[in-house]
Write a protein that binds this ligand. Structure first.
Ligand code: G6P
Length: 489
């Protein structure tokens, strides 16, 4: 309701690469899947609440025979409330735009995970072309000349400016879901000026943390002739203003009347399914299989802990859910091989009989399955080497209405700036993470409750509607100001 009030009847268009529902043709008919994406987890409930149109890349575009061919579908399937408009990319476009420039260039450029970005001019050309195709789709879908356009993530750095040129009265809110690095790091991108200029087509440009905002302002300062008002965090470029602000993203807090599976049952069932004894201590990692997530360092921390505390051998396992992601890229294939090898080596070293300290599951799990795991775990381990926010940390907290369970959290996540009661670690410091893991597993119940209660109240208050609401409210203020200024002029 609040979101609708803030929008005051304005038209909303969202643009993201990843679509919220993937329609796949299978032997048994059309199947609808949800992707593993923090962006989708956050934006989908917001779209349900304010309706409108979500423009996204039709998954499996390269293989159109395998998917449902409709360009427009009403979603969510059970209770349709908004339109999903799909843009189909050719294999070459998907390769250059998504795999190439976005995921081999910008992704490692913005995440400091010591993977070298790859910049190819051919990928860049496709990135420009595809941004234009999506900008055209926004213009086609817009029913008014001043819609509110919500641009999502690093796939669309150029789109704000392109939309601004076609729809000068649009309010463009761009949210960058990944970190923004310092000017030196960003400066190696051969098209750094074009990227920043593209983003400055936005009315509002949002990041998760004030640290990323500061990095962005400094990057603009370094590479463009723009006026920067540090007090108000506004950039004036080419006669247009862009407000740069931090909006920490969050999740939809579960409804009080939404029945949750019983904690005791979850604990028992999950242990049974994993063939573990009833009192087995369970650590949980939930990630896409991505080199930024610190999965190798997490396994090393488990190994170190078992070395130091041999009494835990046979009594503790880490269940690592790793959703396959971007797997046609070499870097991801190599990473998967390294993760699998390390798990095997540690299991050989400390495992015996049916016991394995690392339970690695490289497969997609749906939200209900993950929720059961959150409720069954003793500790949730998030050791990203660098992460914009990390919503797994917040989902785990939301799942623990029993106020038990401990969160071990990397200091290099946006989430660590809010969740101070987690056990904060530097994932590169294996001994420190091993200690934190041990401390989590032996933490007295009362301390678990205190920490969990405090984090729950924060995540409950600062939920994803608040994230979107704050951006829309700021946009509404700017729109109002613009209207008044136009009248005066
Ligand atoms: C990160 C990005 C999202 C992306 C998600 C999943 O969270 O910020 O934009 O959707 O990863 O990655 P994928 O490439 O599968 O969409």
């Amino acid at each position: 309701v609040l979101l609708r009030e803030e929008l005051a009847g304005d038209e909303v268009l969202v643009v993201s690469n990843r679509e919220p529902y993937i329609h796949a043709q299978t032997a048994t008919g059309l199947q609808v899947n949800r992707p593993a994406s923090g962006l989708v987890t956050a934006v989908e409930p917001v779209m349900r609440a304010c309706s409108g149109t979500w423009i996204a890349h039709g998954s499996g575009s390269g293989d159109r025979a395998a998917v449902d061919r409709n360009d427009r579908v009403k979603v969510p399937p059970a209770r349709p409330s908004y339109t999903l408009r799909r843009v189909w990319l050719t294999k070459e476009e998907e390769q250059g735009f998504y795999y190439g420039f976005a995921n081999e260039g910008l992704w490692p450029l913005c995440h400091i995970a010591h993977v070298r970005p790859v910049f190819r001019s051919t990928d860049w050309e496709k990135y420009v072309e595809v941004n234009q195709r999506f900008a055209d789709a926004v213009v086609q879908e817009a029913r008014t000349d001043d819609p509110v356009v919500l641009v999502q993530d690093y796939h669309f750095a150029l789109l704000p400016r392109m939309v601004r040129e076609a729809l000068p009265k649009a309010t463009i809110i761009t949210f960058w879901h990944i970190p923004w690095p310092n000017p030196e790091s960003f400066g190696i991108c051969p098209w750094r000026e074009e990227i920043i200029e593209g983003l400055l087509g936005s009315t509002i440009l949002g990041f998760h943390t004030s640290y990323h905002c500061k990095n962005f302002l400094e990057t603009v300062d370094r590479y463009l002739e723009a006026r920067i008002e540090h007090d108000t965090s506004t950039i004036s470029y080419g006669g247009k203003l862009t407000q740069v602000e931090s909006y920490p993203i969050s999740i939809a807090w579960p409804d009080a009347d939404q029945a949750q599976p019983d904690i005791v049952t979850c604990r028992q069932q999950v242990r049974q399914e994993l063939a573990l004894p009833e009192n087995h201590l369970l650590g949980l990692g939930v990630d896409r299989l991505d080199y930024t997530k610190g999965i190798i360092e997490r396994f090393q921390a488990v190994e170190r802990m078992l070395e130091q505390y041999p009494n835990l051998v046979g009594k503790f396992s880490l269940l690592q859910i790793a959703a396959p992601s971007r797997s046609s890229l070499d870097e991801y294939q190599n990473f998967e091989a390294r993760v699998r090898n390390l798990a095997q080596r540690i299991n050989k070293r400390f495992g015996s009989g049916v016991y394995a300290p690392i339970l690695l599951r490289v497969e997609h799990h749906n939200a209900e399955q993950v929720n059961r795991l959150y409720r069954a775990a003793d500790v949730c381990v998030v050791t990203s080497l660098h992460d914009g926010m990390n919503l797994v940390a917040k989902e785990f907290i939301a799942a623990r209405d029993d106020e038990r369970g401990v969160l071990v959290l990397s200091q290099f996540t946006g989430a660590a700036r809010e969740l101070h009661e987690a056990l904060i670690v530097n994932p590169y410091h294996i001994e420190q993470s091993a200690d934190a893991l041990y401390r989590a597993l032996t933490m007295p119940e009362i301390e678990q409750r205190e920490r969990m209660r405090s984090m729950r109240s924060l995540v409950k208050d600062f939920n994803v509607y608040r994230w979107a609401g704050r951006m829309l409210l700021d946009a509404a203020r700017l729109r109002q100001r613009e209207r008044i200024m136009t009248k005066i002029r």
